[in-house]
Design a protein around this ligand. Structure first.
Ligand SMILES: *Cc1c(COP(=O)(O)O)cnc(C)c1O
Length: 388
């Protein structure tokens, strides 16, 4: 039977993943997102989530969500262009535009969908895309969908990018980068990228999934962090499932760009509008982000504590100025072994392996949030020092 052969093949491929230390498994949490997780009846301190400001389970957001459910019900019922765009969504888009400093913003259901929508809507055959080698998977997939010529430059290498731009005959050019690299925690050289975009008349798409809410004055993101203006050639993408504590994403840009995305971005057009409950919760979240300096200060104190605490040990921390603090291990099996040893001690830190990161750079991705306490970070430091 053909079917059993197909399944046997999959079974062999799955066995290979296990042999390579690449088999992934989900753990089911019996608790809301937060620094304390409950898994299989065990209490753990979690350093896994991207809930950098601790807003995912914030009482003010829960109140807003409950009130929204009573006013708006649960579902939007259709795509935004048909009948799924409600006052709650419209109000959030206007708040996001004002907050990010761009003329207009457009919501997407997820950051992954935003990226898949933006890139093919803006460039196609005969155009050129220039992408950082360590960009997030969603940007890599977006490039594939776009059918433009694409070239990848070495991570953060402005000189390499300059050479590629200078050599490109393309009519329309688009530079594509994470602002904060999701598995390394480092920042893209945004001022240099912006200068090159200006010089070569290119668009600059900035994916600020890990900077929005965290970096810059009032958490306004990586552009503000670097003092880069909300210029016409910049297309800013922020996600709402990380620091904002909900789910979804938005693109903020020039009025014409947003109108074009609304007309042409397929992942905007051909999907049901996100829940109005989420739109209302996110509006509440934006206020907390804007007034969240105390949370951000605490977060930076925890990052400094972790870095100081591991200095001089065998654990190599990447030079990250963000909430993502990766400990490079190298070998897949070794990364898993250390992660499991931490888990046994009640500390949950994800082991990140290829293909999420390049081969030979398996790592523990420690992610800190404003909801962690100094004592919890101290426990992680003690355990890691012990395991070293
Ligand atoms: C998480 C992430 C995304 C995807 O956002 P979702 O809202 O989770 O789909 C896109 N880009 C980067 C850099 C990310 O880290």
């Amino acid at each position: 039977m053909t079917e059993s052969i197909l399944h046997a093949e999959l079974a062999a491929q799955l066995a290979q993943l296990t042999a390579d230390g690449l088999k992934r498994r989900r753990r089911t949490l019996d608790a809301p997102c937060g620094p304390l997780a409950r898994v299989d009846g065990r209490d753990l301190i979690s350093f896994c989530s991207n809930d950098y400001l601790g807003l995912a389970n914030e009482p003010a957001l829960i109140v807003a969500a409950c009130a929204a459910a009573r006013t708006w019900g649960v579902g939007s019922g259709a795509s935004h262009l048909v009948s799924g765009h409600q006052t709650a969504h419209e109000a959030l888009e206007q708040k996001l535009a004002a907050f990010s400093g761009f003329p207009r913003a457009l919501m997407f259901s997820t950051g992954y969908m935003a990226n898949l929508g933006i890139v093919p809507a803006l460039v196609g055959r005969g155009d050129a895309i220039f992408a950082d080698k360590l960009n997030h998977a969603s940007l890599i997939d977006a490039v594939q969908l776009a059918r433009a010529d694409s070239q990848r430059y070495a991570h953060g290498d402005l000189a390499a990018l300059e050479r590629l731009l200078a050599a490109s005959p393309a009519r329309r050019k688009l530079i594509l980068t994470d602002a904060v690299f999701s598995m390394d925690g480092d920042l893209a050289p945004l001022p240099g990228l912006y200068q090159l975009a200006e010089r070569f008349d290119a668009w600059l798409v900035v994916d600020d999934a890990h900077g929005f809410g965290v970096l810059g004055a009032q958490g306004r993101g990586s552009l503000v962090h670097f003092g880069i203006p909300a210029a016409q050639r910049i297309i800013y993408m922020g996600t709402l499932g990380k620091a904002a504590g909900g789910s979804g994403a938005f693109v903020a840009a020039h009025e014409a760009v947003i109108e074009w995305l609304l007309q042409r971005a397929r992942t905007y057009i051909f999907t049901t509008g996100s829940s109005p409950i989420m739109a209302c919760a996110l509006a509440a979240s934006l206020e907390l982000i804007e007034n969240g300096d105390a949370r951000r200060t605490h977060l930076w104190q925890l990052a400094a504590q972790l870095r100081d605490g591991l200095a001089g040990t065998r654990w190599r921390l990447l030079p990250s100025p963000t909430a993502i603090q990766p400990v490079i291990i190298g070998d897949n099996h070794e990364a898993l072994r250390v992660a499991n040893a931490l888990f046994e001690r009640g500390l949950w830190v994800p082991a990140i392996r290829p293909p999420t990161v390049p081969r030979g750079t398996a790592r523990l991705r420690v992610s800190l949030t404003a909801a962690h306490s100094a004592e919890q970070v101290a426990q992680l430091i003690d355990a890691l020092r012990d395991l070293a």
